[in-house]
Design a protein around this ligand. Structure first.
Ligand code: AMP
Length: 192
């Protein structure tokens, strides 16, 4: 099955390097042009807002999933194709997982890292086989990738965990992989 719906994890802030906001806009546009639905955290600020705005501007379908308590803090996006408001962060993560064929991580902060590590550890536990693509724009993920490698070096993770995610250098690489990938149908059932 081709990839039809992608969860994007990314920062709720713009970050210091303008290439990061640009990457978010490029990804939103690329997903829309590839007719792949964007599923994301529902905010209209930072990279989150940029990816959603660009997808919408190019005719894409965008589903936001935001917990009720963040609807004001993250300034929920009012113009999405659909916005689901959940009762908790855990319900948000579950819903995003249930809607996904693949995961993409763009630059971001602790929330982005948390979400990325979580889907990789779910893969490690055999709860899903969705692709996880880390888009290492301008080296923002170097520290994270070094930490992952360190857990292997120290004997805390199997060598095979390196195969649970793919690192791509730019948005063109992400779109190239998403359009080439064949994925399992979503099965659901995995629970936090
Ligand atoms: P950040 O990368 O910190 O800007 O956060 C990006 C996204 O992750 C936002 O949608 C946040 O709501 C979410 N987020 C922030 N903190 C957490 C957390 N502790 N657990 C899960 N998601 C989070």
């Amino acid at each position: 099955m081709p990839v039809r719906s992608v969860v994007v994890f990314c920062g709720s802030r713009p970050g210091r390097d303008p290439r990061w906001m640009q990457a978010a806009a490029d990804l939103g546009r690329g997903l829309a042009e590839a007719r792949i639905r964007l599923v994301y955290g529902g905010g209209k600020i930072g990279l989150m807002g940029a990816v959603a705005d660009a997808a919408l501007a190019h005719g894409g379908e965008v589903l936001g999933v935001i917990p009720e308590f963040l609807t004001t803090i993250e300034v929920a996006h009012g113009g999405l194709t659909a916005l689901v408001v959940t009762g908790s962060m855990h319900a948000r993560k579950q819903r995003m997982f249930d809607e996904s064929d693949a995961f993409v991580t763009l630059p971001g902060g602790l929330g982005t890292l948390d979400e990325t590590v979580e889907v990789i550890t779910w893969a490690q536990l055999g709860l899903h086989r969705h692709p996880v693509l880390i888009c290492n724009v301008a080296g923002w993920a170097d520290g994270l990738l070094a930490a992952f490698g360190r857990t292997v070096m120290d004997g805390f993770s199997a060598e095979s965990t390196r195969g649970l995610y793919e690192v791509v250098p730019d948005v063109a690489g992400v779109i190239g992989r998403l359009t080439a990938l064949s994925v399992q149908p979503r099965v659901g059932g995995a629970r936090l």
